[in-house]
Design a protein around this ligand. Structure first.
Ligand code: UT7
Length: 334
């Protein structure tokens, strides 16, 4: 039997219209536009406002756009996998909500949680469904409503996050396109350095957990930064080397967008100039699982069949990794 690869055949995306600028953050915590810009690289982020609008609100819009752009009948979709840390509810899954609202009634659905590495973990998982030969059309939705778990009284985290969601269609090919290689790893010593403690089975929701602000992201920024900067660059360099790519052969680097300084370090390590690095952190902040697919969505018109893309992410856990992707089509699907 011929070896099947999983290629991306379309990209959709959604970011909310409402913008939270650094000036807005300055009104909430003791910070400055100058600090946020130079230490993190964010100028503004999007925020999903409105009562009881969850991640699925954005996921539904990203998937609808994807189906339209690829002229796909939702009934043909066989699996919808949603990578998120901020599903609408503990249960049912965001994937089930999104599938229902987009007419993907014949799809198996589940959520996958790998924090800021959700997209790269999701792409490996979705690709494996395709590689079995049994699934022909799989949607990966990835995004987060990070503002729903951000403590706007904590200056360590208040400026960092934004909301957004991307969606991709994966289909089989026997040609050398799609996900070519992946390295996905876990460094569990990170547990207490980047965590939302409250609401799970260890610290079920109570008045106390609310009073202690345990339902928001806690991050020991300095510690996470140290690991993120070296692990993300190392794993990206490792996948490049393992696949015998020279730095000239890398067309695009698509890093998770947590801090511009971490992105710059990865670019330097790979010897790739900034114009080949997709960066959206200045306008969207850290959208967690959404950061990489939103880059692909925005850069779609510049991507060409055969382009070599290196994707890399690092997040809570710590879970991290890098993917090597060969892009399968030219330009933007409309
Ligand atoms: O996406 C998942 C993975 N996450 C990451 O990869 C994030 C990794 N970490 C980071 O990106 C950075 O550590 C942060 C952006 C979170 C923080 O930047 P930093 O340069 O590491 O700052 P720091 O935590 O070392 O703090 C430096 C100083 C401290 O003041 P002192 O103790 O030196 O007087 C902080 O209190 O900056 C202060 N500070 C702030 N000042 C103004 C911390 N937050 C702020 C703030 N505004 N918002």
């Amino acid at each position: 039997m011929e070896r099947l690869n999983a290629m991306i055949t379309g990209v959709g995306g959604y970011v909310p219209d409402d913008i939270l600028t650094n000036a807005d953050i300055e009104k909430l915590v003791d910070t400055s536009d100058e600090w946020i810009t130079t230490r993190v690289g964010i100028k503004e982020r999007r925020i999903l406002r409105g009562d009881h609008l969850g991640l699925s609100y954005m996921g539904i819009r990203a998937v609808r756009q994807l189906l339209e752009k690829t002229a796909t009948d939702p009934k043909e979709i066989e699996a919808v996998i949603c990578a998120t840390t901020t599903p609408d509810y503990f249960f049912p899954t965001a994937a089930s909500v999104i599938s229902y609202e987009t007419g993907c009634v014949n799809a198996l659905t589940f959520d996958l949680q790998a924090a800021c590495s959700g997209f790269i973990y999701g792409l490996e998982t979705a690709s494996n469904y395709i590689r079995t030969g049994r699934y022909k059309k799989v949607i990966l939705v990835a995004g987060d409503k990070m503002t729903s778990i951000t403590d706007y009284t904590d200056r360590n985290t208040a400026p960092l996050f934004g909301d957004g969601c991307g969606a991709l269609l994966l289909e089989p090919t026997t040609e050398a396109f799609g996900l070519m290689d992946s390295i996905l790893r876990t460094e569990g010593s990170g547990l207490m350095h980047l965590i939302m403690k409250g609401g799970g089975s260890a610290y079920p929701s109570s008045h106390e957990t609310v009073d202690q602000h345990l339902h928001a992201v806690y991050q020991d920024g300095k510690h996470v930064f140290k690991y993120a900067v070296s692990y993300m660059a190392d794993v990206a360099a490792e996948i490049v080397e393992r696949n015998g790519l020279t730095n000239e052969e890398i067309d695009w680097v698509v890093p998770h967008q947590a801090n511009k300084r971490i992105i710059d370090a990865a670019g330097r390590r790979l010897g790739v100039p900034e114009e080949k690095i997709m960066i959206n952190i200045h306008k969207y902040g850290n959208t967690s699982s959404g950061s990489i697919p939103l880059c692909l969505w925005e850069w779609e018109d510049r991507l060409k069949r055969g382009d070599n893309l290196i994707l890399a992410a690092f997040g809570a856990g710590f879970v991290y990794g890098a993917l090597y992707l060969k892009w399968a089509y030219d330009g933007k699907k409309t």
